[in-house]
Write a protein that binds this ligand. Sequence first.
Ligand code: MN
Length: 415
Amino acid sequence: MLRSWVNSANAADHDFPIQNLPFGVFTPAGEALRGGVAIGDKVLDIAAALAAGRLRGVAAQAAAQPTLNGLMAMGRDASAELRAQLTALLAEGSAPAPELLHDRAAVTMHLPVEVRNFSDFMASRPHCARLGRARNPDNPLPPAFHHLPVAYHSRASSVRASGTDVRRPWGQYAQDNGVVFAPTNAMDFELEMAIWIAEENALGEPTPITRADRRIFGVGLLNDWSVRDVQRYEMPPLGPFLGKSLLTSVSPWVVTMEAMEPFMAPLPPRLPGDPPCPAHLDTARPDALRVTMRAAIQTPRMAAAGIAPHVVTEAPLAEMYWSLAQMIAHHTSNGCNLLPGDLLGSGTVSGAADGQEACLAELLLRGPISLPSGETRRFLEDGDSVIFTARAVAPGATSIGFGECRGTILPAHTR
Ligand code: MN
């Protein structure tokens, strides 16, 4: 029920009410990089709030920096304490301080973290089943699917903030008359949740499932852009490489796990016939997140005609087979060290129903996509934009959003 003296934050269904308070890194026009917090249509300037004496302490100092790695290194207790200060500062009844705010529309958002490692998971049974059926109709899931959250190490250097254009890559793939090196014909998106890691486990020291949730600083939106023809040819036997490393987009606002608390739900039960969850990954904690994730497409013709992005996917994150905490327990179970600000991708969040396919490769199994402009799409064409949004919704809780994760396909280089 809490309201803010920032009026726009009190509008129904706003992404950034006072219950959210996500962290990000921004530049006001012509000024230096700094940390901020989204509140309604505004950004609270943390450095300015420190200078004005409205925030204090080492966590606020870390959150004012040009990356959030320092804040993430401090762990969940520090970010919870800072959140309490921010809530007090921005709540209705507290002295308004409009001089500490910037218009969100007037600032530039940046990658919020210096990403040193990025691993991407595969945790949706419907996603694996739909794409595995072509290879093996009777047994489409990989052998390990029920025993561990399958993942690969992806590329940290090519992670970019929402709004960065994506150049159609060249790559090697099979065609009727052999293998070519050419611009891809199968540019796809993967709708995923970004997981930002808190703290560091020493090399050789696993993070047990009992405290794996404390290693999640926060979450955001992630587009694991995928080049299907290249991926199909290069994958066996070592896994994805150039089909994934071209670029990964993330939303600029990091929604903390403190803000996500009202939206935690029990993991969906395992299906009859599934093996039991291994003990070192098993948890009774409600680790699933009640978040509905959406992917929309806008073609250049739609944009020119003023037609809004068309939602092609609406998928339930809470139905994923493995939770984010289980991914962390698995990732560190061999002693691998996860660093503050490391990035995990949840894996494509596809649900079981039609319309919940969270990438084009799955959507295309039901045929080409029809758009309100009268156009159809198989894979993405040059100039197409893909826009992700999401809402966390739970009974009795003020719903929160994540902003957006957007990217537009540029034509391939000519060679
Ligand atoms: Mn992926």
